[in-house]
Design a protein around this ligand. Structure first.
Ligand SMILES: CC(C)=CCNc1ncnc2c1ncn2[C@@H]1O[C@H](COP(=O)(O)O)[C@@H](O)[C@H]1O
Length: 265
């Protein structure tokens, strides 16, 4: 048997050899030009997208409180950043959090690896179908493969109580700024966004202040949405403090609702 045949994961399926497609589901969905039969299939595609949401929600419904760790797919296992991600995954798991990543290599692998080293902890990978071969890293206990980036992103936000971002490239920046926009616009509340690596992120923060803040593109309180640290313990503490604040807020809200119901109309 040929062990070197090309392999590709499509949702729950694995295809090999000549069945490996030349494009991904995301690419086909986003392609605006081309034969018109693709366009006519879009309404049907919605059902597949819907199924992906159903599958994701179903698989993740029983998750304990979780934290998502983002960062470069290209970080090497012998680097300091990898060690940082591994230590972070371990500390988050020791604090009782499940660790969610994109399930890929680099920082994702390091955080999953750290979590997997803690007895009883849960290490989750939410993978994405990409045009080139890749596989879920070995340290994932629960792995779910998504066809569509936007479905996967919903899962990261819905099932975690904060994001911690290590150094990364475009993918990491996309995830970081999406999280910040959701918090800034009040779509999610009490949701900490922590950047680890002050040297790496320093330049971006300077630019945010010198360009975005100084020209009024963001408000000064928006800067408070981001915390930068090099300390793994501090990163975990920020997440845990926000958790306490969120629980308190929920208790206050349900008490207020109970008082309102009890009051005579
Ligand atoms: C070697 C290589 C590039 C593999 C790519 N394999 C991947 N597998 C899963 N998630 C990914 C992958 N690449 C990018 N991402 C997503 O984008 C982020 C990293 O992108 P980047 O390397 O910073 O821009 C991750 O947090 C992840 O959610």
């Amino acid at each position: 048997m040929n062990q070197n045949r090309r392999e590709h994961r499509q949702g729950q399926a694995v295809v090999r050899g000549k069945l490996v497609p030349t494009s991904t589901h995301d690419q086909r969905l986003l392609a605006r030009q081309g034969p018109s039969d693709w366009v006519h299939m879009d309404p049907w595609r919605v059902l597949r997208i819907q199924a992906e949401f159903v599958e994701g929600f179903g698989q993740l419904a029983e998750m304990p409180p979780a934290v998502t760790v983002f960062g470069s797919a290209r970080t090497r296992p012998d680097s300091e950043e990898y060690e940082l991600g591994r230590a972070l995954g371990r500390k988050l798991a020791q604090a009782g959090y499940a660790v969610i990543t994109g399930g890929g290599p680099g920082v994702m692998e390091s955080a999953n690896r750290g979590a997997s080293e803690v007895e009883g902890a849960m290490s989750v990978g939410l993978g994405i179908e990409l045009p080139f071969e890749q596989r879920m890293n070995d340290y994932v206990d629960l792995g779910i493969e998504f066809r569509y980036f936007f479905v996967r992103k919903t899962m990261f936000v819905k099932y975690s109580c904060g994001f911690i971002t290590l150094p990364g490239g475009f993918g990491t920046l996309d995830e970081l700024f999406e999280a910040l926009t959701l918090v800034q616009t009040g779509k999610v509340t009490s949701f900490p966004v922590v950047l680890m690596g002050s040297e790496f992120w320093g330049g971006l923060l300077d630019w945010i202040k010198s360009s975005l803040l100084s020209t009024g593109k963001i408000a000064s309180q928006d800067l408070d949405l981001i915390t930068v640290t090099d300390d793994v313990d501090e990163a975990v503490r920020i997440i845990a403090d926000a958790d306490v604040a969120r629980s308190q807020q929920r208790m206050d809200e349900s008490e207020a609702a109970a008082v309102q119901t009890a009051e005579p109309q």
